[in-house]
Design a protein around this ligand. Structure first.
Ligand code: FAD
Ligand code: FES
Ligand code: FES
Length: 1338
């Protein structure tokens, strides 16, 4: 052994050596803190988001090949990198030297908004291109499956990828010679070409070519090192952990003999998350390095032997090759494995995780173990005592000691037998999301028949996700041996399996009835699959399946992604240098893509900086009996612990109507409430100390978590809100029909990619404080910090360069945390940083309000709704926060696009024991709108009309009046609706969907179209005021500052466009540094879709002031330059600096009278979505979405379209997959991307068509533009209603009458359980109250 070797690896072509490396550290903090390569981002720390993607390259001296693969830096132990080359986003290109084509194209295709995911995206694409210079689009989507983006909706990123495909251009099907556009969408004739122009959002001609010869070479030194044999085991010792890296099998066995309890870390994708999230600690780790025997690939004795050290990505490639070469009958298991390897995690995890690690981990939801088990695989083990083989069977999977590895043993390889003739294997899985999501239930099934007789000779079924480990339905299988493969056997099999695979009502993971249904739905699918093959093999003896049942076996339709974008080009009369109306790329785009954009945590450490971490309540409602800080304070590096006592007198702040408390005093009211803050000299020490703070609680009653519980306990915040129009009670007397219903809608996590981040720096003079924080509201941060420190506001300055996504979630809680952080900084006179981990962030900060909507509608048989009585209940959590404003907006916008002549709507905020819910993109509208649309859908059902027809009948017509008596002109609403109908070929496709549904029993399609009227405005004039400051320097360059925050929406880009138009100066001459209370004071919150509207008017004002001053100078010297004019102005003592101001839109609302003019204008639009569902699993695919929006005159169509589609995808997530799980004690389970699923690249519509209405004039707004930040979220509900349509079709066919009430999110679980059939009838049901469920629906 080499006792104290130097850790040696390369980063971006530079050698890195470490003598005293700490083996506990992973590559991500090493890159960010030690090497100051901050382009690689932290998004989750658990391999689930892809923000930290880097490329790892290794040289194999045996094969003489270099392997490049994508990896999650957050899970790579630093010591595992010996001899490897790491490439980060900084290594492939930079704005200072040369931009890499990947970086260039993702930017120019508008694939970055907040930019926080961009370096990870770039590195995933880059790595794919290193391995495949001309990949297919499928390879790209596969490569990006592990990268999440919360802003863009992925379409522009796919567009960037397409430019690298062999045949790029709009349509990928062109590869096959036929373009989708030539065929018409979905084979249907297309909408008529109007007089619209469809300029491209980017121009491919100007892209840099991809030149593989320009890439960084693999470091020759590492190649020489790898070739130089023999190497010796390396040992790296840290304070608490020793890392042993054996390089030969013998040394590995010796190490394992010496340290039998030490894990053998390969990919670290199982051990790493356990260490990080479950607090598991290993004093010794053994990590084999390049041991050949662990990488064998052998075909012998009718089996394939794969080395345990092969990565899952390598296994996938090997199997793909094998199935090509061997006859189909021999490759049944390999095909099944390949199917699951296609969806297992993302490509980073698949490239890191090893086959051996996967098998040995025995995760309950392992996708491969059920297949390896049914395939009768064997494991080749080795220890110093010798080798042996054990079967990968039920006992092994349940970790039964007699069937398990001995502590000294190593798994060397796995034998996977060839299948035989008459043997069939299938793989099944269903997850919350199609890809990169752990299965809810998965299964491997194998049957072997006697030669041509159809009699079951062997049957093996394993399930994952339904127990503590992979489970075998052994007895059931045994009992079915000797049975013919027919429906009777299937029926018996289902009953037997349900009896054997018992799942108690309180089983961890919940979804119990869904899981029970999946267990037999998979079995049913298997039965059909095998029956179909038997029929193919022997058509005489085996009956054919009815055509309509075959749909059970088909995959959900998926095709090549393609999209069309339509918007009107600028007026040809517009001056050529005027950038307004042009699709200018996000001005920070290149910095996002190169990793040069600086976010809060990318700022270098300040001298003697401290780190702050919060200790939060683990109880939902309890008295704090005692807090013992002693153990935590005694840890080295711990500087202080701030409690409520320290904050006495300043422990709260009032932003809206009620003060919000910072740290808990004597009681806690929710899990995740801030109790105290530990301050230490490093993040690691602060976190360790936080775990040692001992709090004793005494639980209190009542515990109120849900809206229903709040109603029972009469637990509401005051005041309630009400809006009434017409005479509802009278109208109910004259209508043909009345219906009453309700719909429930769950909350949503913001899941901004950059977690809450702040750095407070005392200036050391005059008590000044600089607060750098990722927030949407600098003025509030300044105020709350000043109040906490008892300082005047002029001593506290808040600075925000950019924010990595916010969506409403970086206001109230951010301020509270900043106040506590500032308190600590002030107390110790040292800079303090606080960066939340993803899990903490999700636990502490609330999200979108869950809603319960109750409605009573009175309508005529022709679909006209004459009376509507609505109640909105929202789950506000423990404090009022922004909830009152949310319900107000919910009420004011609940009419959506409809004129309800008689309307009453009341709304309440429920006080519950949950973290306070807060602002979230759309601010009450996505919930209120869904309730209204659900009511309309139900009315349509009662009238026997399509929902679209009832929508149209009730829609506002041209000039009309809203329930709060504000006049609107709905002309553009109707136009959007009509265009969307035409563009989507709604009528033809509706007929096609109906035809599909009659021909397919197990798959159904659904089509739905919804309109949107999204009123924009803030409800008061003062809330809409904005200011800007514009300086012209003597060299003629311009600096613009305004009060808006750049959080991805591109407001700074738009502001420079505005300044450029007003000053008639090229954009390149204008700069914007960020937002600061020092330059523009008393700013308003950045939110509510109006950031560019309001600040743009202020920038315009400032520029016009300057121009007015300079006009005489310019007209005297029209050929002069800005430098000349600025100098002349200076010489003539004319100020070159101006503030601009906008006082806000006229706005008021009188709640007493129920009247007002709260909004300045409305954004109109419509979306039509088509989905397909699998009735057996609840899976769904969004096949196509068409969106038409009225954006007024777009300042920047690329940014505006980015807002529309990004919001749409976020809305789709809200309404279909994003589900928060809480325990009955109020503990949030979903604390990261592995549990909480936001849309990934697999979720976007296969076809997406977006069209903007021709520009329309909007007198009071900036250049007649409209704010588009929020409206698109609601359009995501077109997918919800399309799913609803599909489910209704399934139910109708199954003879289920009456309306189906589906709640949001409409997850696979809810879809499956609503498609009731003989299988759902078979499953056992638990009596409510007979068990404690794992989770409560909130
Ligand atoms: C974000 C994420 C998403 C995921 N998604 C999925 C998914 O969709 N489906 C799915 O099935 N799985 C999924 N997984 C789990 C993943 O498949 C496993 O974590 C992975 O296969 C483990 O392999 P590893 O090499 O990283 O194991 P390690 O973490 O390196 O090791 C795991 C265990 O195996 C032991 N071990 C490893 N090799 C040997 C050996 N040769 N001999 C003896 N013991 C050994 C170690 O001692 C350790 O106990 C996901 C994981 C992550 C982090
Ligand atoms: S930070 Fe590494 S995957 Fe999320
Ligand atoms: S741009 Fe992808 S997360 Fe913001």
């Amino acid at each position: 052994m080499d006792p104290a070797p130097e850790l040696l690896f390369y980063v971006n072509g530079r050698k890195v050596t470490e003598r005293n490396v700490d083996p506990e550290i992973t590559l991500l903090p090493y890159l960010r803190k030690k090497l100051r390569l901050t382009g690689t981002k932290y998004g989750c720390g658990g391999g689930g988001c892809g923000a930290c993607t880097v490329m790892i390259s290794r040289y194999n001296p045996t094969t003489k090949k270099i392997r490049h693969y994508p990896a999650n830096a957050c899970l790579i132990p630093i010591c595992s990198l010996y001899g490897a080359a790491v490439t980060t986003v900084e290594g492939i290109g930079s704005t200072k030297t040369r931009i890499h084509p990947v970086q260039e194209r993702i930017v120019k295709c508008h694939g970055t908004q907040c930019g926080f995911c961009t370096p990870g995206m770039v590195m995933s694409i880059y790595t794919l291109l290193r391995n495949h210079p001309e990949p297919t689009l499928d390879q790209f989507t596969d490569a990006l499956g592990g990268n999440l983006c919360r802003c863009t909706g992925y379409r522009p990123i796919i567009d960037a990828c397409k430019t690298f495909c062999k045949s790029s251009g709009y349509c990928q099907s062109k590869e096959s010679g036929i373009c989708c556009l030539d065929q018409g969408i979905n084979g249907l004739p297309e909408f008529e070409e109007g007089n619209k122009t469809s300029p491209k959002l980017f121009s491919e001609e100007e892209f840099l070519p991809l030149d593989p010869t320009q890439e960084l070479i693999f470091p020759p030194e590492l190649m020489i090192m790898a070739k130089k044999q023999p190497q010796r085991t390396k040992v790296f010792s840290g304070d608490r952990m020793t890392w042993i890296s054996p390089v030969t099998l013998k040394e590995l066995l010796e190490a394992k003999f010496k340290y039998p309890q030490a894990p053998v870390v390969m990919g670290n994708t199982s051990v790493g998350p356990e260490v990080k999230f479950k607090g598991v600690f290993h004093p010794v780790i053994i990590s084999p390095d390049g041991i050949e025997e662990l990488n064998v690939v052998n075909h012998e004795n009718n089996e394939l032997t794969l080395g345990a050290g092969l990565s899952l990505a390598q296994v996938k490639n090997i199997l793909a090759d094998v199935v090509q070469k061997l006859p189909e009958e021999k490759t049944q298991i390999y095909r099944a494995l390949l199917k699951h390897l296609g969806t297992l995690a993302g490509s980073q995890i698949r490239s890191m995780a090893s086959l051996g690690g996967h098998i040995i981990s025995r995760h309950l939801d392992s996708d491969l173990n059920p297949l390896l088990a049914v395939g009768n695989c064997t494991l080749n083990l080795l220890s110093k005592e010798g080798e042996r083989q054990i079967p990968l069977n039920e006992q092994f999977l349940s970790k039964c000691p007699s069937a398990d590895l001995k502590p000294q043993e190593i798994l060397i390889s796995v034998n996977i037998p060839y299948s035989r003739k008459w043997e069939f294997v299938s793989a099944f899985r269903q997850a919350q999301r199609q890809q990169n999501a752990l299965a809810i239930v998965n299964s491997g099934m194998r049957v072997f028949f006697g030669e041509g007789d159809g009699i079951v000779r062997e049957l093996s079924i394993f399930y994952g996700g339904v127990g503590a480990t992979t489970i075998c339905a052994k007895n059931s299988c045994q009992k079915l041996i000797g049975r013919p493969w027919d429906e009777e056997m299937l029926d018996t099999a289902c009953r037997l399996v349900l009896d054997e695979v018992l799942l108690p009502g309180s089983a961890p993971g919940g979804k119990v009835e869904f899981k029970r249904t999946l267990i037999i739905s998979f079995l049913f699918k298997f039965y059909l699959e095998v029956s179909q093959i038997l029929k193919r093999m022997d058509p005489v003896h085996y009956p054919s399946l009815a055509d309509k049942y075959e749909s059970a076996l088909e995959d959900l339709h998926s095709g090549h992604h393609w999209s069309t974008i339509e918007y009107q080009n600028v007026d040809p009369k517009q001056l050529p240098q005027d950038p307004i109306g042009h699709p200018i790329v996000h001005l920070s785009g290149m910095k996002h893509a190169t990793g040069e954009a600086i976010y809060c945590d990318d700022m270098p450490a300040v001298d003697r900086e401290l780190f702050l971490t919060f200790v939060t309540s683990s109880r939902a409602h309890a008295k704090i009996v005692s807090i013992d800080l002693s153990e935590a304070l005694n840890l080295p590096g711990v500087v202080d612990i701030v409690t409520a006592e320290h904050l006495s007198g300043v422990n709260s702040f009032c932003l809206f109507s009620k003060p919000e408390k910072f740290l808990a005093t004597d009681k806690v009211f929710c899990v995740g409430q801030l109790v105290c803050a530990v301050i230490a000299d490093s993040e690691v020490q602060a976190k360790r100390a936080a775990k040692r703070v001992k709090i004793v609680y005494q639980d209190l009653e009542p515990l109120i978590l849900t809206i229903e519980e709040a109603i029972q306990h009469n637990s509401f915040f005051k005041p309630e809100r009400k809006l009434e129009y017409g005479n509802v009670d009278e109208a109910f007397k004259v209508v043909d029909q009345i219906l009453e219903g309700e719909i429930y809608m769950g909350g949503q996590e913001h899941f901004y990619m950059e977690t809450q981040s702040m750095l407070v720096v005392p200036k050391g003079e005059d008590q000044e404080m600089d607060v750098y924080v990722s927030t949407q509201f600098p003025r509030y941060i300044q105020d709350i910090v000043a109040s906490t420190l008892k300082l005047p506001a002029n001593k506290v300055m808040c600075h925000v360069r950019r924010v990595g996504g916010a969506f409403g979630g970086k206001v109230i809680k951010t301020g509270i945390m900043a106040a506590v952080t500032a308190f600590a900084a002030n107390k110790h006179g040292r800079a303090v940083r606080c960066i939340l981990e993803r899990g903490e962030d999700m636990l502490i900060t609330g999200g979108r309000h869950p809603y319960l909507g109750r409605y009573k509608a009175g309508f005529m048989n022709d679909g006209r709704i004459l009376a509507l009585d609505m109640e909105h209940y929202t789950n506000g959590g423990i404090t009022l926060d922004e909830s009152l404003l949310v319900i107000e907006m919910g009420i004011l916008k609940m009419d959506n696009a409809y004129k309800f002549p008689n309307l009453r709507c009341r709304a309440w905020v429920c006080r519950t024991n949950l973290p306070s819910n807060t602002a979230f993109r759309g601010f009450g509208f996505p919930q209120a709108g869904l309730i209204t649309e659900s009511c309309i859908t139900e009315v349509a059902g009662k009238c026997g009309l399509s929902p679209e027809k009832v929508r149209m009948i009730n829609m506002y017509k041209e000039i009309d009046q809203t329930p709060y008596k504000q006049e609107i002109n709905a002309k553009n609403l109707i136009q959007c609706w009509r265009e969307c109908m035409a563009m989507s070929s709604y009528s033809l496709r509706k007929a096609a969907v109906e035809k599909f549904n009659t021909e397919n029993y197990w798959k159904k399609k659904g089509l739905a179209m919804v309109p949107v009227k999204f009123p924009v405005g803030l409800g008061s004039v003062a809330a809409g005021q904005a200011a800007a400051l514009v300086h012209i320097y003597l060299d003629g360059s311009v600096l613009v500052t305004h009060g808006g925050i750049e959080m991805g929406q591109g407001v700074h880009t738009k502001m420079i466009q505005v300044a450029s138009r007003e000053l008639r100066m090229p954009m390149s001459n204008i700069h914007l540094r960020g937002t600061s209370t020092e330059t523009v004071p008393n700013t308003n919150i950045s939110g509510g879709s109006v950031v560019a509207d309001l600040n743009g008017l202020a920038v315009k004002d400032a520029c016009q002031t300057l121009l007015k001053r300079l006009e005489p100078i310019i007209s005297k010297n029209p050929q002069g330059t800005w430098k000349n004019w600025a100098q002349t102005a200076f010489d003539e003592s004319i100020s070159l600096s101006a503030i601009g101001y906008f006082r806000g839109y006229e706005s008021d609302m009188n709640w007493e009278k129920g009247e007002g003019h709260p909004f300045e204008y409305s954004v109109y639009g419509a979306a039509c979505s088509e989905v397909e569902i699998d009735c057996l699993t609840g899976d769904h695919k969004n096949l196509r979405t068409d969106i038409v929006m009225d954006v007024g005159c777009s300042i920047n169509p690329a940014l505006d379209i980015g807002q529309i589609e990004g919001a749409f995808i976020q809305g789709m997530g809200l309404y279909t997959i994003e589900e928060l799980d809480y325990s009955p004690q109020g503990v949030l389970y979903t604390r990261g991307p592995n549990q909480y699923k936001i849309p990934a690249i697999c979720d976007i519509p296969t076809e997406l068509h977006i069209s903007l209405l021709p520009p329309s004039q909007n007198s009071n707004t900036l250049y007649s533009s409209k704010g588009l930040g929020e409206s698109g979220v609601f359009l995501g509900c077109s997918v919800f209603f399309a799913l609803h349509d599909a489910v209704s079709a399934a139910r109708e066919e199954r003879g289920l009458t009456g309306p189906v009430r589906l709640s949001s999110p409409l997850t696979p679980e809810k879809i499956r359980m609503a498609c009731e059939d003989k299988l759902t009838k078979m499953i056992p049901r638990d009596e409510p109250g007979s068990y404690v469920p794992w989770n409560v629906p909130i």
